[in-house]
Design a protein. Structure first.
Length: 157
């Protein structure tokens, strides 16, 4: 629900929190793009908590894009919006050196109960893999996404 990131890709920051820098070193050592993607997905999933209870209490937070502030939120209560979680994964993938921006697409759509949601598609070997870390906390497996009612914006590659 992070409005600034719903319809465009935010620039990848030059400086990152130390924990992300250390994770990027691990990602660079992965043997394949798929292993790198799964590692980044699990890193974000394991550090960010599902937040249905925090969703409406923290709406102002949805406008935050600064990576250091986002990491402070993770340390505070673990809550980030779907677009912010996607942003973290995108940073990790690009900084790993294994992916380029053209390999990462953002999909913004309306889901059940008319909430806006965003997931990602990552291109590996000319195949797009769905990545929905927000709903992974609620049982959506890696490689799948939560059901779409209708798209509200074209795929952003």
């Amino acid at each position: 629900m992070c409005f600034p990131n719903l319809f465009r890709k935010k620039k990848i920051p030059k400086k990152l929190p130390l924990i992300m820098e250390l994770e990027i070193k691990k990602l660079k050592k992965t043997k394949s793009k798929l292993a790198c993607l799964k590692h980044a997905f699990n890193f974000v999933k394991n550090n960010v908590q599902p937040g249905n209870k925090l969703f409406f209490r923290n709406l102002r937070r949805s406008f935050v894009n600064d990576i250091f502030k986002l990491w402070d939120y993770i340390k505070k209560d673990g809550f980030l919006y779907c677009t912010q979680q996607n942003y973290l994964i995108r940073i990790l993938l690009i900084k790993s050196g294994k992916f380029k921006e053209k390999d990462i697409a953002l999909i913004t759509y309306i889901r059940k109960k008319f909430f806006i949601h965003q997931y990602m598609q990552i291109k590996i070997n000319n195949k797009w893999i769905d990545v929905d870390v927000w709903f992974a906390h609620f049982g959506t497996p890696f490689g799948k996404h939560y059901p779409v009612l209708f798209r509200i914006w074209p795929k952003i590659v």
